[in-house]
Write a protein that binds this ligand. Structure first.
Ligand code: AKG
Length: 265
């Protein structure tokens, strides 16, 4: 199902109204249109290009991740930038971290999870043309040890226009109400490192969220979502910050990597 352009969406000029908050509780997400302006998006994009092409050294904690097809030598990227799938942990990059500090974004986040917040995960998605690059349907809580889920929210902003053709986000509305699902590895030939897929998911219930540059989706960490292959000739780019209330507590269990968290002023 292709999501009709304005369903579930709100003008970013309007603060999260009670109607928008109720829609978020029911559906597990809401889209704020045109939240970031062209200047901010340009800054994010140039920084991504500098970091992903290796012209700028990655700051502490940042990971610049190559796509699995490139790592395995199945494709030879046209440029180093064409081989990068995503950048993780941009807390120490002052340009990219502006995403997490955007005043209207923070005000919307605080309306949903409370005033005192910290960032718990940050990513830039590069999705180059010419590689598989799909992201299986999953719930982000699978990756987080903080609880409760209700005090965590993701903000994902389209840097480029996101369409069905270039692999926009797909979500299953209301799926956050099902709790944490079992996750496994999909039977895909090329699956990027650390990608899992939620089991028992109804693919027919997916809606594809086409977004304009600057549009931002806020979503619950139990919302089932993913993205398709980029079949266009251009990059599909996005930037995201996951926020949690400082009142969240960490469940015990092994951590592969010490989480990077940053209190937001
Ligand atoms: O940007 C994408 O393609 C996928 C993003 C995603 O699944 C996530 O942020 O958890």
């Amino acid at each position: 199902m292709l999501h009709s352009p304005r369903a579930w969406s709100y003008s970013a000029a309007v603060r999260v109204t009670s109607e928008a908050a109720a829609s978020y509780q029911r559906e597990g997400f809401l889209v704020l249109r045109e939240l970031f302006d062209g200047e901010a998006l340009l800054q994010f994009e140039s920084r991504l290009v500098e970091l992903a092409s290796g012209r700028l050294p990655a700051p502490e904690h940042m990971i610049v991740m190559q796509d699995v097809m490139v790592v395995r030598g199945v494709v030879s990227p046209e440029t180093p930038l064409h081989g990068i799938n995503k950048i993780l942990s941009f807390e120490n990059d002052p340009v990219l971290f502006e995403h997490s500090l955007h005043p209207e974004l923070l005000s919307a986040v605080r309306a949903l999870i409370g005033h005192a917040v910290m960032t718990i995960s940050t990513n830039v998605f590069n999705k180059p043309p010419g590689i598989d690059g799909r992201h299986p349907l999953h719930q982000d809580l699978r990756y987080f040890t903080l609880r409760p889920a209700e005090r965590i929210v993701a903000a994902w902003t389209a840097i480029s226009g996101c369409t069905r053709e270039n692999g926009c986000l797909a979500v299953i509305p209301g799926s956050h109400q099902r709790g944490l699902l079992q996750h496994g590895s999909p039977d895909w030939e090329y699956l990027n490192y650390g990608f899992f897929s939620a089991e028992g998911v109804d693919l027919e219930a997916r809606v594809h969220l086409e977004m304009e540059p600057g549009d931002t989706i806020l979503f619950h960490p139990l919302l089932v979502h993913g993205s398709g292959r980029n079949r266009s000739p251009d990059f599909r780019r996005a930037i995201s910050t996951h926020f949690a209330s400082v009142d969240c507590v960490r469940s015990s269990g092994p951590h592969k990597r010490e989480p990077v968290v940053r209190r937001v002023p």
